[in-house]
Design a protein around this ligand. Structure first.
Ligand code: NAD
Length: 248
């Protein structure tokens, strides 16, 4: 990274943060790669194995849930071992001096574990699972002995449990979606971190920002919103936020 560019970008970002009493951080899988959780689309990401391309597709799940649960048995330990990194922690610290809302596409719970108080999870949560036949809901932790074996967890009614994560082809959790829109509409600063902004409808959210609101993007690769941003910082989130550990 270019040290001069870093300094001027850091100064601009600090300025924007100082100006606003209300910031939203919208995050994607990229904020958690430095915690050891692969994203979808980076080299080495989950999609680099063709076998993974449909694991989060609802039609594939309904056709054969065993494919998902064999993947999940391997992926769960990765989620369980992950810890919040400097980017999650810096975003949590920022709420000490202003209103901060996190809108995340992630299902890894790392913002909550870093201490962020207001987190809207537009793609749901792994914490709970629901029976697809009768609708019974349970803590996913209750199902772990079966899931760890790579087997399909079933409710006593015979239905298959599915984690309450939003799969491709499913609607988004309504409360999280509505609250995300409202938070983005009201914020003076929207910062997008570690997201390719190619997964819809989540990728529509930045368009809800208010006229005159600032847009900052921290991402390793270009995104479709770069041309609209006040500031684009091309780098690793952990490095960017870690270097700037004492953001105002
Ligand atoms: P994506 O894989 O499409 O894009 C990730 C983006 O992050 C890329 O543009 C990449 O350049 C950037 N990136 C990767 N590492 C980075 C880093 N350390 N610092 C800065 N940028 C970095 O991910 P997406 O846009 O979030 O969309 C895919 C979907 O993946 C989301 O819906 C999410 O639910 C799901 N997902 C979540 C997790 C998780 O919970 N940690 C993991 C994998 C996938």
């Amino acid at each position: 990274m270019n040290a001069d560019l870093d300094q001027s970008a850091a100064a601009a970002f600090r300025g924007y943060l100082e100006e606003t009493g209300n910031a939203v951080f919208m995050t994607g899988a990229g904020i958690s790669t430095e915690s050891g959780i692969p994203d979808f689309r980076s080299p080495g990401g989950l999609y680099s194995d063709p076998a993974n391309v449909n694991v989060f597709d609802i039609d594939s799940f309904l056709a054969d849930p065993s494919i998902f649960y064999r993947f999940w048995a391997r992926f769960l330990p990765v989620l369980e071992q992950a810890r919040p990194n400097p980017a999650h922690r810096a975003i949590a610290r920022l709420q000490d001096s202003r209103k901060v809302t996190v809108v995340t596409q992630n299902i890894d719970d790392l913002h909550q574990r870093a201490g962020s108080r207001t987190v809207w999870s537009v793609h749901g949560t792994v914490a709970t699972s629901r029976c697809l036949k009768c609708g019974a809901r349970t803590e996913t932790a209750e199902l772990l002995p079966v899931i760890r074996l790579g087997e399909v967890p079933r409710h006593s009614c015979g239905g298959v449990f599915k984690p309450e994560v939003t799969f491709f082809g499913e609607g988004l959790p309504e409360l999280d979606w509505t609250n995300s829109q409202t938070a983005i509409q009201e914020a003076g600063l929207l910062c997008l971190v570690g997201t390719s902004l190619t997964v819809f409808p989540a990728a529509q959210l930045p368009a809800f920002r208010k006229p005159g609101g600032r847009l900052v993007i921290v991402n390793r690769d270009p995104t479709p919103f770069d041309s609209e941003a006040d500031l684009v910082i091309r780098g690793s989130a952990g490095e960017v936020f870690g270097d700037w550990g004492n953001l105002p």
